[in-house]
Ligand binder design. Sequence first.
Ligand SMILES: CC(C)(COP(=O)(O)OP(=O)(O)OC[C@H]1O[C@@H](n2cnc3c(N)ncnc32)[C@H](O)[C@@H]1OP(=O)(O)O)[C@@H](O)C(=O)NCCC(=O)NCCS
Length: 175
Amino acid sequence: MAPTSIEIRPAEREDLPRAQEIHRHYVVAGYATLEEEPLPLEAWHALHGRLTGARLPFLVAAADGAVVGFVYATPVHPGPAHRHVVQVSLYLAPDTIRKGVGSLLLCRLLDEVRTVGVREAVGLINDVDSEPTVAFFRSHGFTQVGRLQGVGLKHGRTVDTILMQRSLRTTAPAL
Ligand SMILES: CC(C)(COP(=O)(O)OP(=O)(O)OC[C@H]1O[C@@H](n2cnc3c(N)ncnc32)[C@H](O)[C@@H]1OP(=O)(O)O)[C@@H](O)C(=O)NCCC(=O)NCCS
């Protein structure tokens, strides 16, 4: 159960150092991200600016004012043919995991992308200790639609990527 004081809101530039700090944990430990070096703050500023310009959400969860997690949606592919498909990226501070905060962030993100015409959401999960993340996406209606074999590399280890997808369409697609 999520703490009642959790607020989900758009990320401000002032939140980005904390997002960078949370992400750095997963750069250093594990395979949730395959980045091998922490992203510089300028990269977070650039991402935030790109998403804001594209009207795609970058949201944070704040507990008593302190950012404990974030989520954002990025285009899966450049160009107009794929403008209705986004990839979801979601990271929580380690002591926030399994308290419902990821669900709050993801539900709000999916609500927001629907309003800008997104019809399909995709999760790309690196397949090392991935069971909790796969279970999380599955609990939100995503299904596994594929596996890219050996496409990732981190610290000399080759990693598969699991593809999960959820349709956000409310009606059947036109034939
Ligand atoms: C994946 C992540 C975002 C999930 O957020 P969370 O707040 O921990 O998940 P929730 O508490 O909202 O869980 C919702 C449901 O997901 C499933 N789930 C979540 N963690 C699980 C686990 N460890 N084992 C099994 N099921 C799990 C359950 O069905 C759960 O519902 P329940 O608690 O009622 O059983 C979070 O664990 C995280 O940040 N992990 C590290 C970073 C990462 O892997 N990010 C994904 C990159 S795209």
